[in-house]
Design a protein around this ligand. Structure first.
Ligand code: NAD
Ligand code: TYD
Length: 360
């Protein structure tokens, strides 16, 4: 059975994946879309650009129960896609408090509001609460194996622990109150509008401006990369076809170690900028490794393939170059999202890390 959302709340819609998800929902023709976003250092109105006029944008915090309850009363949501979160592992290592506040308390606030609004005894309307999570909740893999939906949670970073906590709260609201929840666990994303403090946009932005490319440790860690618009498609599938109470893993199958990814990005920047071959690779600098650095994430997507015919449309081979070109062509965006707070974090985080990394 397919669910057709008519009044949809998207949290974190001014962020990287959120803004692609809003575009997906607008393209699907949902009649009412409300975006709730606190516009932290990671959220920017500019990310919504052309679709801003198609949504009701609310600048506010998901931890604000009065605001969230009021929005449910005002808009009679039948669906939620919950993306708002603190998302950067390195920031969670520096300070975890905000991660617990937004990711755990904020998720609880939304679950409470949904449970209350959807508890009316005569309500037989179909509803869905999609909670967007990560493969990092499963912990770290060795060189082989994949995470399935039944892999035990073993989060290692404070970020992953906060996401795991929120996933478990979602599970409890389904089991205890029958809230029609769907949880998605997805691998690392790449694409336009990702804040340049995550691996791919950071390396592109640095290579474009001739700055060093800081690889943690020896760059041997492996990540699986999914294009952000494929992620948005997967969330749409989860919302419209996901079974209440289920969780689904969405991956791309495209694994690569960090050093190979950075070399590939450096070469692509050189290609699109007309630089001499190898110019950006010379910027690679090995820096102190991340504390508790997970070695490898890899997802088994067979459940989503069987349930929805899940198959990503984009590949690194075909789409990474366009992403590099997007950052090259959107210097103004890069400047606008580089707030003082973002710059301060960058400066503090990378200070003293150089020269302490592994050798090539
Ligand atoms: P992001 O950091 O780019 O955006 C987060 C958004 O949430 C921002 O717009 C920010 O302003 C907003 N926000 C933060 N705290 C808020 C609060 N208290 N109230 C309201 N809004 C708040 O993150 P992203 O990379 O787009 O990730 C979105 C979701 O997807 C997160 O839940 C993340 O855990 C999950 N996820 C991300 C990835 C990835 O590779 N980026 C992979 C799997 C899952
Ligand atoms: P990141 O984009 O922060 O995503 P996550 O930690 O959620 O996987 O990092 C991806 C990988 O890249 C991770 O193994 C850490 C590594 N990394 C670097 O080597 N250098 C960097 O400057 C950054 C930001 C990440």
């Amino acid at each position: 059975m397919t669910f057709t959302p008519t009044s949809l709340l998207i949290t974190g819609g001014a962020g990287f994946i959120g803004s692609s998800t809003v575009r997906r929902a607008v393209a699907a023709g949902v009649s009412k879309i409300v975006v709730l976003d606190a516009l932290t250092y990671a959220g920017h109105r500019i990310n919504l650009g052309d679709v801003m006029s198609a949504v009701t944008f609310v600048h506010g915090n998901i931890c604000d129960a009065a605001l969230v309850n009021g929005l449910f009363a005002q808009h009679a949501f039948d669906s939620v896609i919950h993306l708002a979160a603190e998302t950067h592992v390195d920031r969670s290592i520096e300070s975890a408090a905000e991660f617990v506040q937004t990711n755990v308390v904020g998720t609880l606030t939304l679950l409470d509001a949904s449970m209350r609004a959807w508890a009316a005894p005569n309500a037989n309307t179909e509803r869905r609460f999609v909670h967007v999570s990560t493969d990092e909740v499963y912990g770290s893999l060795g060189p082989t194996g994949h995470f399935t939906e039944s892999t035990a949670y073993a989060p290692n970073s404070p970020y992953a622990a906060s996401k795991a906590s929120s996933d478990l709260l979602v599970r409890s609201f389904h089991r205890t109150y029958g809230l029609p929840t769907v949880v998605t666990n997805t691998c690392n994303n790449y694409g336009p509008r990702q804040l340049p403090e995550k691996l791919i946009p950071l390396m592109i932005a640095h290579a474009l401006s001739g700055k060093k490319l800081p690889v943690y440790g020896k760059g041997a860690q492996v990540r699986e990369w999914l294009h952000v618009d494929d992620h948005a498609d997967s969330l749409w599938l989860a919302l419209t076809q996901g079974a209440a109470g289920e969780s689904y893993n969405f991956g791309s199958g495209e694994e690569t170690d960090n050093l190979r990814m950075v070399e590939r990005l450096a070469d692509t920047v050189d290609e699109v900028s007309g630089n001499p071959k190898g110019m950006s690779r010379a910027l690679i600098t090995f820096v102190e490794d991340r504390k508790g650095h997970d070695f490898r994430y890899a997802i088994d997507s067979s459940k989503a393939k069987a349930a929805f015919g899940w198959q990503p449309k984009r590949t690194l081979a075909h789409d990474l170059r366009a992403v590099v070109e997007w950052y090259r062509d959107n210097e103004e965006w890069c400047r606008l999202v580089s707030s003082d707070e973002h710059s301060r974090f960058q400066a503090a985080y990378y200070k003293d890390r150089e020269g302490t990394g592994g050798a090539k």
